[in-house]
Write a protein that binds this ligand. Structure first.
Ligand code: ITT
Ligand code: NA
Length: 182
């Protein structure tokens, strides 16, 4: 049995393979319309759209970075913001800000013939003062998880996968899949 992960992001596929192991994950980039709404709706609508196209058990994940002092920005605009102003732009916005609190959220939607099920994961942290580390992707070099000193960019994927928002959502999915097939 195999689950298709519909995403354009190779890093997400690598992380999901590690977290969901031994479940087999096949990555596929079919593209789906992203309504600029909540990441919940993006993931749910994306999953339904993808299911109509490929008609196999699949997951869609949408994630975002939420910065407290900017009322949750970039949130649903995280991908766009990263492509435009990037980590540099975020650090500029955070210049002289003492409140650097933020969190990552991940919404994973699983869909098959019978069910559509959503799982959520969240991790709190701080925006770092500088970009650090060669690992990971996206906002990893500027995100320091609470109770840690290093950014996600400074730690190996295996370490990130022990605590990330994606890990939490995918672990819930894994558990749910187990009870579902019993
Ligand atoms: P999809 O095709 O799956 O949508 P994506 O890269 O566009 O891939 P998202 O829309 O879910 O992914 O991500 C929104 C933004 O947040 C994007 O710029 C990501 O790089 C970033 N992001 C998501 N998860 C992250 C993580 O674990 N670490 C760092 N940045 C992350
Ligand atoms: Na997305």
């Amino acid at each position: 049995k195999e689950i298709t992960f519909v995403t354009s992001n190779q890093h997400k596929i690598m992380e999901a393979k590690d977290i969901l192991s031994p479940i087999k994950i096949e990555g596929r980039d079919i593209g789906y319309p992203e309504i600029q709404d909540t990441i919940e709706n993006v993931a749910i609508e994306g999953a339904k759209y993808a299911y109509k196209k490929i008609k196999k058990p699949l997951i869609v994940e949408d994630s975002g970075l939420y910065i407290n002092t900017y009322n949750g920005f970039p949130g649903p605009y995280s991908a766009y913001t990263h492509e435009t102003i990037g980590n540099k732009g975020i650090l500029k916005l955070m210049k002289n800000k003492t409140n650097r609190k933020c969190y990552f959220k991940s919404i994973v939607v699983y869909i098959d013939q019978h069910t559509t099920k959503k799982h959520t994961g969240k991790i709190k942290g701080q925006i770092s003062k500088k970009q650090k580390g060669p690992h990971g992707f996206g906002y990893d070099p500027i995100f320091i998880p609470n109770n840690h000193k290093k950014t996600f960019g400074e730690i190996e994927m295996k370490e990130k996968n022990k605590l990330s928002h994606r890990r939490q959502a995918l672990k819930k999915l894994k558990k749910w899949l187990k009870t579902k097939t019993q």
